[in-house]
Design a protein around this ligand. Sequence first.
Ligand code: C2E
Ligand code: CA
Ligand code: CA
Length: 233
Amino acid sequence: YQPIIDAKTEKLVGAEALIRWRHPHRGMLSPDQFIPLAEETGLIAPLGEWVLQKGCQDASAWPENLKISINLSAHQFNRGNLFDVVLCTLVASGLSPARLELEITESALLDKRSEHLQTLRQLRNIGVSIVLDDFGTGYSSATYLTLYPFDKIKIDRSFVSDIEQREDCRAIVSAVMGLAHNLGMVTLAEGVEDAIQLEELRREGCSMVQGYLFGKPMPLREFEKLALQGITA
Ligand code: C2E
Ligand code: CA
Ligand code: CA
């Protein structure tokens, strides 16, 4: 779990679940080493369901002001039963829907537009938040913002890492903040590694931040310790 922080108060507001595989011979494997294969073979569906169940179960024991953010793959979306899966998981874990956020990338929404739109609306109707992940890396991002009901935009790490050196990255971050604000969406910047980046993002009006500055993805027990303290920085 990686901490998510309120940019203004620097208080902990939640965590993103980022999967790891503790392999018996090869040690700790990062998602890049197995998620693409899981996507290819379709195993991502049961794997993604497990992450959702584990995340909701774990989060149900955290302080109530903390949310849990779960990454979804296109596969899980295309199976057509996502709403039922999420609903069952919420009921089984006892987690309030208002504490669950689902992260999706643009590419996951490429086809079957009306079916996906219906699923997203159903999820939002029960109080689950929808986050557009990796914003800025796709090719038609602005269009997607008007097509789907997102609650939050997650600005990709690539823009944040160059925000100090590159005028163009700063301009894009600034434009995204303005766009999100006018569309009534919350903004989160990922990959925040130093105080200068944080300051710049704050100045632009970014609502939430996540990155090594506040904590790397960590085991549940470690995150629970943070959760009890309530703050990280
Ligand atoms: P993502 O959703 O864009 O997650 C953010 C990635 O940035 C994570 O990599 C995180 O560890 C890394 N990161 C966070 N803060 C910083 C920072 O300050 N500096 C740098 N350099 N990196 C930072 P990770 O954990 O390796 O995950 C990679 C990708 O794997 C994720 O990208 C996500 O697309 C995918 N993934 C992870 N867990 C799941 C899962 O449960 N389901 C699915 N479908 N995909 C997952
Ligand atoms: Ca994510
Ligand atoms: Ca990203």
